[in-house]
Design a protein around this ligand. Structure first.
Ligand code: SF4
Length: 715
C-alpha cells in the first residue's frame, strides 16, 4: 500500500581482500531507492555470516550522499573552475583530448592509473583500452602499492601469481607465522577464524614478526619484535638453523625444487646468533620460531604490507617462501605461504592483466607467443600490443612530472594521498597537460587536479566480480541505482573506449568494445584464461549465481574450483620445479642518521579504510581511533621533552606534517608509527605519505611505504 518495495541482494564487501559475502537490503519507493541494511551472508565461504566493524557499517556508509560526485565536470584551462557538463560532452572531450595527445606525442604519452577497488570487468575494459586499442602498457594501479612484491615472489619461486593456500588452512594450521601483518585490524574476519581455531586446539601456536606490538602481536605465543626491515635476516637465520639441525625435507627439495645449493651458500652468513643480532631479538626466540615452524605438522604463514611495502619486498617474500619449500610446508592442508590481499580486488585486476608489467590472464608482456595469442584472441593486427612493460605507479607520476607522459586517467583511487612523497605527485599532476579523474567522491586530495571529473557509481550501485585472497571469485551486485548523474566505471570506460576506437581504431578490425554489460565482459575474460594457470573456462556468471563464489582454477567440466595448489609437487615453472633464489639481507633504502634519527612505520587502523572516502563519514567508525596521531614510546618522548597530546612536527628529507603525539608502548625505542588513512580532508598538512619515500623494489616496483628516516620535534 505504501508503494515501497524491498529487495535483498547478495554481494561482496567493498573493503579488504578477505572478500566477505553480504546481503544488501534496499527499499525502493516513489522517492527513489536506498540501502537500508547490510548483513553478513551466512552462506559465503569467506565469512559464513560474520562481518568486521567496517562491514557492519556498510549500509550507513553506502547510504550517505556526503561528498558524492553527481555530475560530470570540465574545464578548458587550469586556472578556471570546472563547470558541470552533460555526459556526452564529458565523454567526447576525454576521447578527443586523449586521442589528440596520442596523435601528437605517440601512444606512450598517456597513462591509466587504476585501483584494486575496481571490479574485474572494469579493469578488463581499461586494460583492453590501454594495451589493445591505444597500444601502450602505461596502465598501472594502486595494487602496485599493495601486492606487487607478493606477486613477483610467487612468480619467481612458484612460477605463477596466486597463493597456494585457502581459508580452510586457517583452521588446519598448527603453527601460524604472521609476518608484517596486523591481521586483527587489517583482516578481522580471518583473524576471528584463527582465534576460533586456536580456542578449539590450544596446541596451535602463533608467531608474530612485527616491529610493533600490534593487537595481533599482543595475542602471539611468540612475538619477534624485529628491527624494521630485517625480515630477510630473520627468515634466513631460521632456515640456517633448520638446515643445521637437519629439520629440512631433503626429498621434497630434491624432487620438487631447484637452486637450493646457491641459497645455502648465502645462508652460511646467517647463523642464528648473527641473524638475531641484525634483527635485534634474542637468539633463543629466533631458534624457537624456527623449531616451531620446522617441527609443526602444518605451518602456515600469513603476510601482508610489512613484507610487501619495501625496497626488498620481493626478497622478504622469497625468504619466507624458502622456509616453506625447504621444509615441505606447502601444498598440504594447513600449510603454505599465504599472502593476505590488502584490497578487495587486487587479485582480479591482475587476472585480467591490469598492471604495466603483464598482459591479460597472467600472460607475459615480453613473451612473443603470449602477445601473438592475445592479439589473435582480441582480433588485433600483429604488433599492436606493446612488447615492453609500461610505467609502474611511482614511475608513472615521475614521467608525468618530467613531461614524458602528457595525460593521465585516474580511476577510483587517490594518488595524491596514497603514493609516497605527496609533493612530487602534486607537482606531477600540476604539470600534466590533461588529467581525468573518475571517482565516486568529489573531496579527495586528487580531484582538485582534474580537468575532467567523471562521477562514478560506488559500492552497492554496480555489478561484476572480485577475487579475494584465496583465489575465490565472488559476485558484486547493484542493489540501488547510482545517485545523480553518476554512472558505473564499466559504462564510463566503455563509452570513452568506443569513442576513441572511432578515432584510433584500425579499419576493418572487429569492434573491440561491443560489450553489453558486465556479464559479457566477464565472458570475454573467461575465454582468455582457458588453458592458463587461472583457467576459469567452467565458471560463468550463471554458475556463480547458482553455486555461489568459487576458487580458480575452475576449468570447463570441473564441478568445483581448486582449494589448494601444488598438492602434487608440480609448480607452474617450465620444468615443474619451484625455485630458491639467493636472498642476502640488505637494509632499508633510507638509513637513519643524526639529523633523522627515528624510523617511521605506517599502517592501518581497525575501523578505517584507505583514504577514508567512505569510512571517514561515519562518527561511529572514529570511536576506536578518534584522531590522527604519531605514536612514540614514552622513553623516547621523555628524552625529547615531549608529552602525550602535544602537537609535534614529524619531518623527513621530503616533507613534514604536524600531528598530536600519542605515547604508546606499541612501538619500541627509535621507532614511531602513524596510520596511513588520514588525508588532506582531515589534516591541512596532508597525510603521512607526505614524508614517506618513493624508493621502489627493483623487481616488483613497489615503494617502501613502511620505512622512512624522520625527526620529531615540538610543532
Ligand atoms: Fe569487509 Fe574485510 Fe571486514 Fe570482511 S573483513 S567485512 S571483507 S572489511
Amino acid at each position: 500500500g505504501s508503494g515501497i518495495r524491498r529487495t535483498r541482494t547478495r554481494s561482496t564487501c567493498c573493503y579488504c581482500g578477505v572478500g566477505c559475502g553480504v546481503v544488501i537490503e534496499a527499499e525502493h519507493g516513489p522517492a527513489g531507492s536506498r540501502i537500508v541494511g547490510v548483513e553478513g551472508d551466512p552462506d559465503h565461504p569467506a565469512n559464513f555470516g560474520r562481518l568486521c566493524s567496517k562491514g557492519h557499517r556498510l549500509a550507513e556508509t553506502a547510504r550517505s550522499d556526503a561528498g558524492r560526485a553527481l555530475q560530470p565536470e570540465l574545464r578548458h584551462q587550469r586556472h578556471e573552475a570546472r563547470r558541470a557538463v552533460d555526459w556526452g560532452i564529458a565523454l567526447d572531450t576525454v576521447a578527443h583530448r586523449l586521442s589528440t595527445i596520442i596523435a601528437e606525442h605517440g601512444r606512450d604519452s598517456v597513462g591509466f592509473y587504476l585501483s584494486g577497488q575496481l571490479l574485474t570487468e572494469d579493469y578488463y575494459v581499461f586494460n583492453k583500452l590501454a594495451k589493445g586499442l591505444v597500444g601502450t602498457a602505461n596502465v598501472d594501479t594502486n595494487s602496485r602499492l599493495c601486492m606487487s612484491s607478493a606477486v613477483s615472489a610467487y612468480k619467481l619461486a612458484l612460477g605463477a601469481d596466486g597463493p597456494p593456500t585457502c581459508y580452510e588452512d586457517l583452521e588446519l594450521a598448527k603453527t601460524v607465522l604472521f609476518a608484517g601483518s596486523n591481521a586483527a585490524h587489517a583482516h578481522p574476519v580471518l583473524f576471528r577464524r584463527l582465534e576460533a581455531a586456536r580456542e578449539c586446539d590450544p596446541s596451535v601456536r602463533w608467531i608474530v614478526v612485527d616491529p610493533r606490538r600490534t593487537d595481533t602481536a599482543a595475542m602471539a605465543d611468540l612475538h619477534l619484535a624485529v628491527q624494521p626491515g630485517t625480515d630477510v635476516a630473520l627468515f634466513n637465520g631460521m632456515l640456517h638453523h633448520l638446515i643445521w639441525e637437519d629439520r629440512i625435507d631433503r626429498s621434497f627439495i630434491a624432487t620438487h625444487t631447484a637452486g637450493f645449493d646457491a641459497l645455502k651458500d648465502v645462508l652460511r652468513d646467517y647463523a642464528p646468533r648473527t641473524a638475531a643480532e641484525i634483527c635485534g631479538i634474542p637468539v633463543a626466540d629466533l631458534v624457537e620460531a624456527a623449531e616451531w615452524f620446522g617441527r609443526s605438522p602444518a605451518s602456515l604463514s600469513l603476510y601482508c604490507m610489512g613484507l610487501n611495502q619495501s625496497v626488498h619486498g620481493t626478497d622478504k617474500n622469497l625468504a619466507l617462501i624458502h622456509l616453506h619449500l625447504a621444509t615441505g610446508q606447502i601444498g598440504r592442508p594447513g600449510a603454505g605461504p599465504f599472502s593476505l590481499t590488502g584490497q578487495p580486488n587486487a587479485m582480479g585486476g591482475r587476472e585480467v592483466g591490469g598492471l604495466a608489467t603483464m598482459l591479460a590472464a597472467h600472460r607475459d608482456i615480453t613473451n612473443d607467443g603470449d602477445r601473438a595469442e592475445l592479439e589473435r584472441l582480441w582480433g588485433l593486427p600483429s604488433g599492436r600490443l606493446p612488447s615492453k612493460p609500461g610505467l609502474p605507479a611511482v614511475a608513472m607520476f615521475d614521467a608525468l612530472r618530467d613531461g614524458r607522459l602528457k595525460a593521465v586517467w585516474i580511476a577510483c583511487t587517490n594518488p595524491v594521498h596514497s603514493l609516497p612523497d605527496n609533493a612530487r605527485v602534486r607537482d606531477a599532476l600540476a604539470r600534466a597537460e590533461f588529467v581525468v579523474v573518475q571517482d565516486a567522491f568529489v573531496d579527495t586530495d586528487t580531484v582538485p587536479f582534474a580537468d575532467v571529473l567523471l562521477p562514478a557509481a560506488s559500492w552497492g550501485e554496480k555489478d561484476g566480480t572480485v577475487t579475494n585472497s584465496e583465489r575465490r571469485i565472488s559476485r558484486v551486485r547493484a542493489a540501488v541505482p547510482p545517485p545523480g548523474q553518476a554512472r558505473t566505471d564499466l559504462w564510463i570506460a566503455c563509452e570513452v573506449a568506443r569513442r576513441m576506437e572511432a578515432r584510433l581504431g584500425v579499419a576493418g578490425q572487429p569492434a573491440l568494445f561491443n560489450l553489453a554489460g558486465p556479464a559479457a565482459v566477464y565472458d570475454e575474460h573467461v575465454k582468455l584464461t582457458v588453458g592458463r594457470d587461472l583457467d576459469i573456462g567452467g565458471l560463468d556468471h550463471a554458475r556463480l549465481d547458482a553455486d555461489g563464489p568459487q576458487q580458480w582454477p575452475f576449468p570447463a567440466g570441473a564441478t568445483t574450483g581448486a582449494s589448494r595448489r601444488y598438492g602434487d609437487g608440480r609448480f607452474e615453472t617450465a620444468d615443474g620445479r619451484a625455485r630458491f633464489h639467493p636472498t642476502p639481507w640488505r637494509p632499508p633504502a633510507e638509513p637513519t642518521n643524526a639529523q633523522y634519527p627515528l624510523r617511521l612505520l605506517t599502517g592501518r587502523l581497525r575501523d578505517q579504510w584507505h583514504g577514508m572516502s567512505r569510512t571517514g563519514r561515519l562518527p561511529e567508525l572514529f570511536a576506536h581511533s578518534p584522531r590522527p596521531a604519531l605514536r612514540m614510546c614514552p622513553a623516547d618522548a621523555a628524552r625529547r621533552g615531549l608529552s602525550g597530546g602535544m602537537l609535534v612536527q614529524v619531518e623527513s628529507r621530503r616533507g613534514r606534517l604536524v600531528l598530536p603525539l600519542e605515547l604508546s608502548d606499541e612501538v619500541s625505542s627509535g621507532t614511531v608509527f602513524a596510520a596511513m588513512h588520514w588525508s588532506g580532508q582531515h589534516l591541512s598538512s596532508g597525510g603521512i605519505n607526505v614524508v614517506c619515500q618513493p624508493a621502489v623494489d627493483a623487481r616488483s616496483q613497489q615503494p617502501e611505504l613502511k620505512h622512512a628516516a624522520v625527526r620529531v620535534q615540538p610543532a
